[in-house]
Write a new protein. Sequence first.
Length: 591
Amino acid sequence: MTRSPTTVQRFYAALARLIRPYRWDFSVGLLATAAASGLAVLIPLTFRGGVDSIVRHGTSAPLLLYGLAVILLTISKGWGEYLAYRCIAGMGQRVAYDLRNRIFSHLQSLPPAFFDRANTGDIMSRATSDVEGVRMFINWSLSSFLEMMFLFIAALVLMSLMSWQLTLLASAMFPILGYAVMRFRRRLRPRYLAVQEQYGRMTTALQENLAGLRLLQAYRREETETARFREINQELFRRAMAAAWERAIYLPTIFCLGTATGGVILWFGGSLVMAGSLTLGEFVAFIGYVGLLTRPLTTLGWMISLAQRAVASLGRIEEILSTTPPPTVVAQAAVSAPAPAESVREQPIVVFQEVDFAYNGRPVLRGINFEGRKGELVAITGPSGAGKSTIGHLIPRLYDVSAGHVLLQGVDVRDLALQEVRRRVAVVPQETFLFSASVAENLAYGRPDSPPDVVHRIAHEVCLWESIQSFPHGVATLVGERGITLSGGQKQRVALGRALLYGGEVLVLDDPFSNVDAETEERLLETVRSAARERLVLLITHRIKTLQAADRILVVADGGIVAEGTHQQLLAQGGLYRQLYERQCLRESLA
Ligand SMILES: Nc1ncnc2c1ncn2[C@@H]1O[C@H](COP(=O)(O)OP(=O)(O)OP(=O)(O)O)[C@@H](O)[C@H]1O
Ligand SMILES: [Mg+2]
């Protein structure tokens, strides 16, 4: 067998943990299922009584009672089934609800390094269709398996009380059925896994294409991308069909077995009646029981495929939930912020000590040393890919250093609680991202309780006020997919405003003016300068005007700081900075 027993054991352990909070619903559902099954096995018994009374007394008087009993039993059984379904299906919905919440909140806790490797479509399919797989299993398989178990036990006991020979004969089909079912399980599971996997690929392709639709159209890639998608979709179709064929073969096999048993009962049971060792009522009851047992057997295939899907799905969900952040992120010694005593105020806010950093083992930064104090505007410049943004990532602990230390007011950021670090450091990332919310909500993202006048003041400070006046609903205008589309420069200014409003002791700005014109740049620089009075501002940029305005410039190349000084000092030194400067002046004079 290809499946190790531990997969299934892990599945049941995980399922038990999911169900535990709802053991009350589960117990009531279980009892109701048992009751409904108990009532179901009484129905053939009532038929036996009715038929035997016809044969024995030849009067129709008791038949009314038997008929009424059957109706009453059927109605009560219906109620039991209704209650059982309500409890079990409700539990399935609750478990799915919990799982979705757990996955979402767990994803929030994972460091960016996880998402560098993970694939969005795959995560989305785990959070949606895999959760649905688990819910379907609870909803259908769990109650059906229980019902089947009760039915089998009760019916087999009653049947063997009437005729053990006939019961043995009827049971002969079980080993054959067991064999068919085992084969079914073995062949279906890898096929369902393959379907799920391809489903993830399809969602990824869809998501990427939607995100990059403009680019795709601009580069006339519609046909290529459509062809690529068709290929992925074709593979999904092929795999889903393979799974469907497999199911199609086995279902009729199981049907056949059930019906064949009925034939055997008719032949052997009929002769028992004629020999006088079985009453006609018992014979009728037997036929009823075989029918009762065959019905759940025919859905057994479906139940098993649901169960297999659920094993695969829950495995994939557990894979996400068991991804733990690296130990350094979890080990939060939670040193509280040092009191801002006079001596501390003298201390640099941010210190890099011999910092090395590697992305997945690929070294990017080597031996970085620098200090930044309150009131300083420190610019970081250098060629593309030098590691500037990476330096910015290390301060709010989006990533952790491989060696050396990043100190925040004298304390290694790894010794501070993550929340504490993030409270003290505001960031404007290089890639601007706004949420599908109003302009005001985006500005106040880090401080949602900001009063409107604070939001308005910030909008003024980042030179957004005039643009906002032209929006249909002012600051309440929705941006993003549900609202208006902001220009690149407008987005950048919203992102800058968001970070300014958030506050903190350190402000990291990654290329914040790349999309704004020179005049706006000057006005924004003033805002940033005045923000720097109360904090340390680290500003990553290539723009000469911004560099000139900085108190100090760090020139980063090839993962190290190669020069440090003011604009004038660095120009006088010559070297890389001068080269970068001259190239940019040339570009501007040509423009
Ligand atoms: N998430 C990541 N995973 C792996 N490697 C990365 C990641 N981000 C950046 N890198 C690599 O690290 C190096 C430094 O990247 P970084 O983004 O710090 O450069 P940069 O100096 O900010 O460049 P630019 O001026 O173009 O923004 C690059 O070689 C890049 O390929
Ligand atoms: Mg960068």
